[in-house]
Ligand binder design. Structure first.
Ligand SMILES: [Zn+2]
Length: 282
């Protein structure tokens, strides 16, 4: 068994035992809320879909209790909404053929506080057991504090692994802030044109969120289309759907790199790019 905090809930769509389902994982997504994996890590879900040799594993860190609610969920209690969000996440895991989905059940405050070790401990245990090749995290320029907290706790957990066991690629993905602003040669592309019906089905699972008056299902697909079209002004579209990532691999491999300096470095280079283009035509 892999000992996680008592509120954690592990589910394996094909009935595999928990430890084996974690062990076979090659592509691991770690998101803050139910729905973040599907919105940001579809690239990994696609890479593993209907493959015997690759498995996508998903970790949702928070309990989703504080989510806004409207429509038919308007009068639901925190307990009811949390239970429904767990059910939605597990339904997505079935549709997407995940190896496992672990919902850790933490409150947002526990994620955002670097002094608390419980989140990092659960993540380290999962990472140790899975030793994934590829990891999908929130990007460090995301504007949601809980997303940023999740990304930092995940990087800290990765850094606790021996270097040989760390993932080969760590993507920082788009949710609450897209990454079209990265200068072109620093955008890490995640083409996601295949299986649009799967993308749609995964996004539509999250009725509690969509009923809150937020058309995430449409917005996520629209952003992917926009990214594909606006990726190159001079070539016709090679992909019909694209997600951008901030490459977080250097932070995962080099413990001396400071996440703040690393993230703001991308902004400095955007500033230089904008300045240089303006000056050329002044
Ligand atoms: Zn989220």
């Amino acid at each position: 068994m892999i000992a996680l905090n008592p509120l954690a809930r592990l589910m394996t769509p094909d009935g595999q035992t928990g430890p084996e389902a974690i062990r076979r994982t090659t592509h691991l997504g770690i998101g803050a809320h139910q729905d973040d994996l599907e919105f940001m890590a579809f690239h990994g879900i696609l890479a593993c879909y209907e493959r015997a040799d690759r498995w996508f594993g998903g970790v949702t860190i928070t309990d989703g209790r504080g989510s806004s609610r409207a429509g038919r969920f308007k009068d639901w209690s925190d307990d009811q909404i949390a239970a429904e969000r767990i059910r939605e996440q597990e339904a997505a895991a079935v549709i997407g053929q995940y190896s496992f989905v672990a919902q850790l059940g933490f409150g947002s405050a526990a994620v955002r506080d670097a002094q608390q070790t419980a989140v990092r401990e659960d993540l380290r245990r999962i990472l140790e057991a899975a030793r994934p090749e590829v990891v999908y995290l929130h990007n460090l320029a995301d504007k949601h504090d809980t997303h940023v907290g999740c990304a930092l706790r995940s990087l800290e957990a990765i850094r606790q692994l021996p270097k040989a066991d760390r993932p080969k690629q760590v993507y920082g993905c788009e949710v609450w802030r897209d990454l079209d602003w990265l200068v072109d040669d620093e955008k890490t592309p995640m083409p996601v044109s295949e299986r649009p019906e799967l993308a749609r089905a995964l996004n539509e699972v999250f009725a509690t969120q969509i009923a809150g008056g937020k058309r995430y299902d449409l917005a996520v697909l629209g952003r992917r289309t926009a990214n594909a079209t606006f990726s190159n002004a001079h070539a016709s579209d090679q992909e019909s759907a694209m997600q951008w990532a901030m490459d977080l691999t250097p932070l995962a491999l080099d413990d001396s790199l400071d996440p703040v300096a690393y993230a703001t470095g991308f902004i400095d280079r955007l500033k230089a790019d904008v300045s240089a283009r303006l000056r050329k035509s002044l």
